[in-house]
Each structure stands twice: as C-alpha cells, then as structure tokens.
Design a binder for this molecule. Structure first.
Ligand code: C2E
Ligand code: CA
Ligand code: CA
Length: 571
C-alpha cells in the first residue's frame, strides 16, 4: 500500500531538472558530473541557447546555474529576460562567478545564491544546490502541519500549494478535480455521536488516501466532511465512489447514498486551483437536487445555474428596495371541531423578478442560505407579515396569527429574539399572534445553542413550530428538552398516508410522540380528502395544504377571513 507520506516523498524526490549555462565546456561537464546522479541536467553554452532550453522546459525547471560572462548573450541579459518571463520568473538562479563585485550585483538582481569559481569540493556545491531547491519549493508549502490529524490527508493549504507543483510535474494529460462530501454528516454526528462521526471520516480518509496513492494524485480534507482529490487521468469518480461505499459498509450497513461527488474534468485548463475546487464543489452540490444521483460533472447546465445564481445575488438588494418580493399566505385550518375553521396562515415568499418572472423560493432560499444573505429576505418577510396581521385585525376585527419561516442561518444571530420582538411591537401586534417556524434540522445541527435560543424566544411569548418534522432526526431526549409548541409534520410523511400501510403507521407513531410531548400537530402538504380524513381521525390539530388552498397573495387570502367571520356570525 502506498501511504500519502511515501507518496509525498516519491513525488518530491522525483528527479528535478537543472539547467547549467556556461560557455566553458569543462565547467559544464564538471558541474554536470557532480549533479547527474540526483538531477536531470540540461546544458547551454550561452544566454540565448539557455533561453530556448528554458522556455521549452519551463514547466519543469527547478534551478538554473548561470555563468555571467558568455558570448552572444551574457548572464546578466539572460537573467533579466528570465525575470520578465511569467513562467520562469520564480525559478531560482544560482550565479557562477569569480568576482566579488559580480556576486553583489547578481544577488541584487534576485539571484538565490552564488557559487564561487574555481569550484569548491563537490559535496559543498551539491548541498548548496539541494538547499536552494528545497527552500524555493518549500517556502510556501512546508507548514508545520501539512496533514490533517484525523485522516492523515493533506490539509487544505498544503493541498492548494502542492497542486501547482503537481501541475508542473504532470504538464501533459487530463486531470480531474473531485469534490467529495458526506450526505447529512451532521445527522450521523447527531444520531451516533461525534466519535462515530470521526470513525466515518477516518474510513473515508483512508480510502481516499489509498486511491490518491495508487493514481499518483493528491488529496486533502478541506473542512469537516469536505474532501478534495486532484488526480491524473479520467473516470476516477465511479471507482472511488465504489471503494468508499465498500469501506463504509462495515460502519453503516448497506446503503448507497452516503457520499456525493462533483468532478471538474480537464481541470488543468483553469488557472487557479481554488477556482477549480469551486467548480467541482458546484457540481457536487448539484447532486442534491436529484436524489438518485451521487456523482455529477461540471458542465454547461451547472455553468448556467451558476450564472443564474450570480444574477439573483446581484439583484437582491434592488429587489428588496423595489419590493419585488411578495409574501403569499397559505391558510391553516383547525380540524378538530365539527367543521374546519381557519386558524392561521404561513407566510411564504415569492420573487416577482422584472426579467425572470415569478421565482419560487426553492430557487433562491437555499442559495441565500448558503451565502448568508437569507437574513435580508427573512427580515423583509417578517416585517411584511407583522404588518399584515395588524392590517387584517383592523379591517376584519379578528386576529389571524401568521407563522414566518426562520432560517437556520438566522438562528446564529444572538439578538434574534429581541429583533423579532421589536418587529412585532412596531407593527402593533402581540408576540402570541406571531408564530415562528424553525426547521427541525437546525436543532440537530447545533443543539445546545438552539435550546437556549428557542427558550429565549418562548420567553418573549412567541409560538414555536418545529418545521419539517421527521427530516431532522431529533433524538427523543432532545425533543424533551426543547420548548416548542407545535410539531409540523413534514409532507413526505403525508404523501402516501392514504395508500401505504407503513406510511400510516409512521404518522401514527409521530402522533404518539406529539401526545407524549404535549404539543400540537400541524400536518402540511395535505392534498386529498382521504389524507385529510385520516389525519383528522388520528387527532391532528391543524391541516395545511392544497386540499384547502395553495399559498395566495394577501388580497386573495381575505376571502378565507371573510368566510370565517361570516360563519361566526351565522354560527
Ligand atoms: P416549507 O416551509 O416547508 O413550506 C411549505 C411548502 O410546501 C411551500 O412551498 C408550500 O407552497 C408547499 N405546499 C403547501 N401545501 C402543499 C401541498 O398540498 N402539496 C405540495 N406539493 N406542496 C405544498 P414554497 O412556498 O415553494 O416554499 C418552499 C420552501 O421555501 C419552504 O418550505 C421554506 O423552506 C422556504 N421558504 C418559503 N418562504 C420562506 C421565507 O420567507 N423564509 C425562509 N427562510 N424560507 C422560506
Ligand atoms: Ca415552513
Ligand atoms: Ca415545512
């Protein structure tokens, strides 16, 4: 087995090329002789010949040994030309000279070192050359911690630096940059504990390392569950994917969707390594949209999506200023009485873009969550919704509570509870009529902080709904500690409830948990009468879904309010 350490050594000890430029044949031969066992030696008899050689070899020169006095083009002129050449300017030059004055001048020009003529004993020359090469290669890359301690892979800095050397050694042939990510790693941590999570990471790290070793590539752990590989050749993805799945079978049992990968092919064409990594990551993230897919290559479609996303980011501030965002409201009905009664609404945002038309939140919410801009959007919705509650109360004399979505990113802001309270107070309504939907997975991400944050919001009187329940893998233990009021059953559980016995049993089980926790249940995504009837029968308190209505604009929502006020008058 090739370890990453061996691999580094073997790559670093690969024969480097040294160009010796001297017009005296005897000098060339002597130096060549000293170096040829450990280095590949190229020779030139004057500056102009040397320049030709250097330009042909520019990808792979590690050092130039330069005599100053030569016919045709002397060492000084050659040196200047090398310094002006983008690809050669970083190659260290050692000047060969017998004059003190020339030593100073060449050092000022940027020579790495000089070797005095007549030549010293071979060992001294050899050592001097070795040292300069090491210094130049290593000055950026050999940091104190090259390796990630958990997996033994390179850390991100080393990976980035080393990839440029990798490009120099393998200037030919295609390469692939692979971004690799573990699906829902936070869930693995939350359910099995961090120690188990570390074992999963180590198992993946080991496989990745072996694979990179075999294919003479590089690999790193970039952050928690994010890995990158830079590999020669093509078609690495499927093979690596299979190897990782095999390695994980022992730990996680047989399942197939544990990692996802994005591949940026022909990776050498793009100049900057961080850009290549970004494109591979985009491809990797694109697999999330398609549950059956685990590997994706960066292509035209992803490029288009990238441009679309950039446009949305660019237009966000203007959209807020121009009120292009519209808040829609979807009614929620209390269903435990004789007849369903409108009980509240959920505020759901839409973007009516002047050029792109109506954009659904699925297209921009995840994007803005990823780059932290979601706060701007949410604050807009929070204010609109608060004002809307006040306006309806004034107009119809009844309070229709509205729930707003609080993104997992918002949760990180420490004064969130105060901020929401201010918004609500400024609109002239009460916190009790303002519901906050927090997605379940936000709790599993960061338990301790979430508990104190939710407590803070509850203390102010807000009603807390745990959104998308069933998708976040909370432990019962944690549910017990969290002070939420409503459990919002995710629509995936509702979908087949009228067709599939197992789906039905699962919902029954969740209803049992809610009863035990003494919280209300809202079912969302209810589309059919059968679903509605089953849920009502099971004791579900509130129902939201197309069965009653799709989300509608504020004006259209008033029809539901009128319906309720009229039935109250009659009743
Ligand atoms: P969510 O919070 O789970 O909202 C429910 C989504 O389900 C809404 O999609 C709603 O239109 C849809 N839906 C409701 N009833 C049915 C049904 O019977 N069948 C089906 N198939 N779908 C139904 P929408 O409005 O497209 O929103 C998608 C997601 O975007 C929301 O999921 C929420 O996560 C996010 N979102 C929407 N507005 C906001 C917002 O203002 N802030 C934040 N942070 N997220 C928002
Ligand atoms: Ca919601
Ligand atoms: Ca939901």
């Amino acid at each position: 087995m090739v370890t990453q350490n061996d691999f580094v050594k073997s790559r670093l000890s690969m024969k480097r090329r040294i160009l010796i430029v001297d017009d005296e044949e005897i000098n060339r031969l002597m130096l060549g002789n000293i170096l040829e066992d450990d280095y590949e030696v190229l020779l030139a008899a004057d500056g102009s010949e040397a320049l030709n050689v250097a330009k042909n070899e520019k990808q792979r020169l590690s050092l130039i040994l330069l005599d100053l006095h030569m016919p045709v083009m002397d060492g000084y002129e050659f040196f200047e030309k090398v310094r002006e050449d983008e690809a050669l300017k970083d190659v260290p030059v050692i000047v060969l000279t017998s004059e003190k004055e020339a030593e100073v001048r060449s050092l000022k020009m940027g020579a790495a070192d000089f070797i005095p003529k007549p030549y010293d004993i071979p060992e001294v020359i050899h050592t001097r050359i070795d040292r300069i090469i090491q210094l130049y290669e290593g000055r950026n890359i050999i940091t104190a911690t090259q390796f990630d301690t958990l997996t033994g892979l390179f850390n991100r800095e080393y990976f980035c630096e080393y990839s440029t050397i990798f490009d120099q050694y393998y200037p030919e042939g295609s390469k692939e940059l692979i971004a690799l990510n573990i699906n829902r790693f936070h869930v693995i941590n939350a359910v099995h504990g961090r120690e188990f999570g570390d074992r999963v990471l180590a198992a993946i790290g080991k496989t990745v390392k072996e694979y990179a070793g075999e294919t003479k590539g590089l690999a790193c752990r970039y952050s928690a569950d994010q890995f990158y590989l830079y590999l020669n050749g093509e078609g690495n993805g499927e093979e690596l994917y299979a190897a990782i799945n095999n390695a994980l079978n022992e730990l996680l049992g047989n399942s197939d969707t544990r990692v996802r990968m994005g591949i940026y092919k022909e990776a050498e064409k793009e100049a900057d390594i961080s850009k290549r990594m970004e494109l591979a990551l985009l491809a990797c993230n694109s697999t999330k949209q398609d549950p059956g897919r685990h590997i994706s290559c960066y292509d035209e479609k992803i490029r288009e999506k990238e441009h679309y996303d950039e446009l949305l980011i660019h237009d966000l501030d203007k959209a807020i200023a121009e009120k292009q965002f519209k808040v829609f409201y979807q009614p929620k009905y209390g269903v435990q009485g004789e007849k369903p009664v409108l009980s509240s609404a959920e505020a759901l945002i839409r973007w009516v873009h002047p050029e792109l038309g109506m954009i659904s939140p699925g297209k921009f919410i995840p994007l803005f969550e990823n780059n932290g801009l979601i706060g701007k959007v949410d604050r807009y919705v929070w204010k609109e919704a608060a004002a809307q509650i006040a306006q309806w109360e004034k107009k119809y004399g009844i309070k229709i509570p509205v729930s707003v979505n609080v993104s997992r990113v918002d949760i990180m802001s420490e004064d969130l509870a105060d901020e929401l309270e201010t918004i609500v107070k400024e609109a002239g309504i009460e916190t009790a009529d303002y519901y906050l939907e927090v997605t379940e997975s936000a709790y599993t991400d960061n338990q301790a902080d979430m508990i104190s944050l939710v407590k803070g919001m509850k203390d102010k009187g807000f009603t807390i709904e745990m959104d998308d329940f069933g998708t976040g893998y909370s432990s019962l233990n944690m549910l017990n500690e969290l002070p939420f009021d409503v459990l919002k059953l995710d629509m995936v559980f509702v979908r087949n409830i009228h067709k599939d016995e197992r789906a039905l049993k699962l919902v029954e089980f969740i209803m049992g948990i809610a009863k035990y926790l003494k919280v209300k249940v809202v079912a969302e995504g209810v589309e059919y009468k059968e679903q509605y009837e089953i849920l009502k029968e099971m004791g579900c308190d509130v129902i939201q879904g197309y069965y009653f209505s799709k989300p509608v604009c504020a004006e259209d929502f008033e029809a539901f309010i009128k319906e309720r006020t009229e039935s109250e008058v009659q009743g």
